[in-house]
Design a protein around this ligand. Structure first.
Ligand SMILES: NC(=O)c1ccc[n+]([C@@H]2O[C@H](COP(=O)([O-])OP(=O)(O)OC[C@H]3O[C@@H](n4cnc5c(N)ncnc54)[C@H](OP(=O)(O)O)[C@@H]3O)[C@@H](O)[C@H]2O)c1
Length: 319
């Protein structure tokens, strides 16, 4: 099968085509013919080992796993003998979690991992970009008790995680103010934001409003910079925390203070993907697709995503 692998860390041209053995599914696995995958922020970070500590997980001197790609959409081609949930021909989407391997024509997936059938009306490219953004956003939002009418500020609302947070918060009837550049303001409003602040025209840090929840979705602000915008019981949350956020979390924990700072790595759960699948089927959420590249253009897609300005998500069409 055709795959794109990387043998060393570096710029996007370390990704090269390679012919690999087609995997054979184990008893608890399904073989998926991949129709689409994506380039997430995590993919370019691992490819380039940015920041350096990524190497402690991915390999100190060179990548341990040469196949990148964290999410996929495709069709079940074979099922292991213990699998009852999926059948040959099912359209499925899912995430490999902390593992990777979707930059290939086929993947053997453990059925206990986050994988589900694609709801009607969603293309492979759309389905492929759902899991990482929505599972991460869902994981973090479960840490707060979001109630109708609560005020939420999302900084970096136009990213993959930010646009998922926006829609999941709106599904809970929260009042969402999104911060992004003016080039993304229009679709962010269409995707449900009650107010959009374009950071290139307006300074959101001097807003008169106070928020129940502030989300730092793309690591361009910090708890210290915006804590004055929180209500007394408000919470700050980041999937892309900066160093000072970790220090503030430490102070909070050691000092026995009330929980205000929430940071960490999202756990991607199959049960959560089921919830996302239902919300997609009910048309309550939808992924925002910025660009679709062909498989052979995967290096160009990496170069684009690495600039940190993608709107929502970038898909790769494999079949
Ligand atoms: N902790 C976890 O478990 C977890 C899970 C998933 C992702 N992540 C991390 O979360 C981060 C976000 O990933 P992502 O894929 O959602 O987005 P991304 O690709 O990292 O960021 C793209 C977005 O950032 C926005 N942006 C750039 N500069 C900005 C600024 N100064 N202020 C506000 N927005 C700005 C851009 O919008 P404009 O062009 O409009 O500025 C663009 O829409 C990544 O670092 C990723 O590695 C962490």
């Amino acid at each position: 099968m055709k795959a794109f692998t990387f043998k060393k860390y570096g710029s996007s041209d370390v990704l090269n085509p390679e012919t690999l053995e087609k995997p054979i599914p184990k008893a608890n696995q399904i073989l998926v013919k991949i129709y689409a995958t994506s380039v997430t922020a995590g993919d370019w970070r691992v490819r380039s080992a940015t920041p350096f500590p990524i190497r402690f997980h991915s390999g100190l001197l060179k990548p341990k796993n040469t196949l990148l790609g964290h999410e996929f959409a495709g069709v079940v081609e074979m099922v292991g003998e213990e699998v009852g949930e999926f059948q040959v021909g099912n359209r499925v989407f899912g995430s490999m979690g902390m593992k990777s391997g979707t930059y290939a024509e086929y993947i053997a997936v453990d059925v206990e991992s986050p994988i589900a059938k694609i709801p009607e009306g969603l293309s492979f490219e759309e389905a492929a970009v759902v899991p990482v953004g929505f599972l991460s956003a869902y994981y973090f939002l479960q840490k707060v008790n979001l109630k109708p009418g609560m005020k939420v500020l999302i900084h970096g609302v136009s990213g993959s995680v930010g646009s998922a947070m926006l829609q999941l918060a709106k599904a809970k009837n929260a009042y969402v103010v999104g911060v992004c550049s003016s080039k993304n303001a229009s679709w962010v409003k269409d995707w449900g934001a009650d107010e959009v602040i374009s950071y290139d025209n307006e300074d959101f840090t001097i807003l008169p409003k106070k928020f129940d929840l502030i989300v730092n979705a793309v690591g361009k602000t910090s708890f210290r910079e915006i804590k004055h915008l929180l209500k007394p019981e408000g919470k700050y949350m980041s999937n892309d925390a900066v160093l000072s956020d970790y220090l503030d979390l430490l102070t909070q924990t050691l000092g026995g203070k009330k929980e205000q700072v929430i940071v960490g790595i999202a756990e991607q759960k199959k049960t959560d993907l089921r919830v996302i699948q239902s919300l997609l089927a009910e048309r309550k959420i939808r992924p925002y697709l910025d660009r679709v590249y062909s498989f052979d253009e995967i290096s160009a897609a990496h170069t684009y995503v690495e600039k940190g300005r993608k709107a929502g998500n970038v898909a790769i069409q494999i079949a």
